[in-house]
Design a protein around this ligand. Structure first.
Ligand code: GLU
Length: 445
């Protein structure tokens, strides 16, 4: 619950983040139209510049191992047929099976899947999980499909991908536009064709068919845990910290509620239609999230409403963009007033915005660390599926806390030891692990 203390002197004794040396990058400053794969390659190159990694290995990691494109015919409810395109990009598997979500969204593209698959490699490596990176999806607006159509599309997509996925090769999971039910259909389609129940082929399933307790809330929970650690790192008191969260779906709502429980003032949250604002702090348990009732955020009776663009520029201590990618750009980065950004969505900050935040000494704790609770509990789920033994929610929470703190510490050590951003520090941790594994395994043949 939120308890605002109007007498609190929130900024009195704060440790201000200091500007680190900014490397000149003017000529190749990105255009805002940069694709996910271009952003991912640029981030890889920045991290590689800090490490003594074989150029051949870096070059390998600039490219996915394989990208599959499939066509998916669907019988619509009215009896007509429609064709959809689906992808699965498998980036790297040197540390274990490919791992990453399946997205149903009209903007899904081959390049986006490749970029997102690279981020999954780093996300799994920064968490030290025995997985590589993958991402896939279907170019479709799921809002245009009935539940029955979505089920048929998912089953056929699973069948088209069946030769290249499996519990020991490539393990999909939910992402934008997909959910536990989608994963149950996907697992069922795969299992029926394989002739045995294979819960480990996907994660993020409902607990009744091998899903893990705590998986759905895990990405938001990890954003909350990492924000808590970052607040502590800067010597702030969480109870004096104001937070704005863009996106009140599974990631944003769970992050907001986690921080609200710790006593932070969640002053603004938003959904796609707009934001609600209460300078004394909202009661985040009272605001229904997008999954509970879509559209309820902007309908909530709050003192003020704002646009999503205004929310991003609010004068708060912590900004959590937890909706979609590319919302913090060269256009608005100079107007962001938050003192700390913790990324809940995948890729919410463009490279241009990243440079502006670096110059302005606004720390950005990256997605590959902050929202990695999702894939971490996916790993727990996979272990439970393989062992046919369920963990309690308490165990999931305990182990998630341990893994998040371990990863936070590795990144913090690099951040403190080098003149780099939090994103570079996380990439340095991830790339060293992946490169070391490539070095140790060598090339075959
Ligand atoms: N789609 C989620 C992510 O971007 C989870 C992936 C997974 O659990 O494999 O991290």
């Amino acid at each position: 619950m939120t308890t605002a203390d109007p007498t609190a002197e929130s900024d009195a004794q704060r440790t201000e983040p200091t500007a680190k040396t900014v490397e000149p990058e003017a000529e190749n400053a990105k255009s805002e139209a940069e694709s996910a794969v271009e952003t991912a390659r640029r981030q890889l190159d920045r991290a590689a510049a800090h490490l003594d990694v074989d150029d051949g290995i870096v070059d390998r990691l600039r490219h996915p191992t394989s990208v599959y494109r499939v066509t998916i015919p669907l019988e619509r409810d009215d009896g007509t047929r429609a064709m959809y395109t689906g992808y699965r990009a498998q980036h790297d598997s040197v540390r274990g099976p490919y791992k990453g979500g399946l997205r149903y969204h009209p903007d899904v593209s081959e390049d986006e899947c490749i970029g997102l698959s690279m981020w999954m490699t780093w996300k799994c490596a920064v968490m030290d999980l025995p997985f590589g990176g993958a991402k896939g999806g279907v170019v479709v607006d799921p809002k245009d499909l009935s539940a029955a159509e979505k089920e048929r599309l998912t089953r056929r997509f699973a069948e088209e991908l069946r030769p290249v996925i499996g519990p020991m090769t490539d393990i999909p999971a939910p992402d934008m536009g997909t959910d536990p039910e989608t994963m149950a259909w996907f697992m069922d389609a795969y299992s029926m064709q394989e002739g045995e129940t294979e819960p480990g082929v996907v994660t993020g399933k409902p607990p009744v068919v091998g899903g893990s307790y705590g998986r759905e809330k895990a990405p938001g929970r990890s954003v909350g845990i990492v924000a808590r650690e970052a607040i502590d790192y800067y010597g702030w008191d969480v109870e004096d910290t104001t937070v704005a969260v863009q996106g009140f779906g599974s990631v944003g709502a769970n992050a907001a509620r986690y921080l609200d429980d710790l006593g932070a003032q969640i002053v603004a949250v938003s959904d796609v239609d707009g934001a609600i604002y209460d300078p004394d702090g909202l009661d985040t348990t009272d605001v229904e999230d997008h999954d509970e009732t879509p559209g309820m955020v902007s309908g909530y009776d709050a003192p003020e409403t704002l646009s999503n663009a205004d929310l991003l520029e609010l004068d708060v201590d912590v900004l959590i963009p937890a909706a979609i990618g590319n919302v913090l750009t060269g256009e608005n980065a100079a107007d962001v007033s938050a003192e700390l950004i913790v990324e809940g969505a995948n890729g919410p900050t463009t490279s241009t915005a990243d440079r502006i935040f670096e110059e302005r000494a606004i720390p950005v704790v990256p997605d590959i660390l902050a929202n990695a609770g999702g894939v971490t509990v996916s790993y727990f789920e996979w272990l439970q599926d393989i062992n046919r033994r369920k963990w309690s929610l308490e165990r999931v929470h305990e182990e998630l806390e341990t893994e998040m703190l371990r990863a936070w510490e590795s990144v913090r050590e690099e951040y403190d030891a080098r003149d780099v951003t939090w994103r570079d520090a996380a990439y340095i941790v991830a790339l060293s692990r992946v490169a070391e594994a490539h070095d140790a395994r060598g090339l075959w043949p």
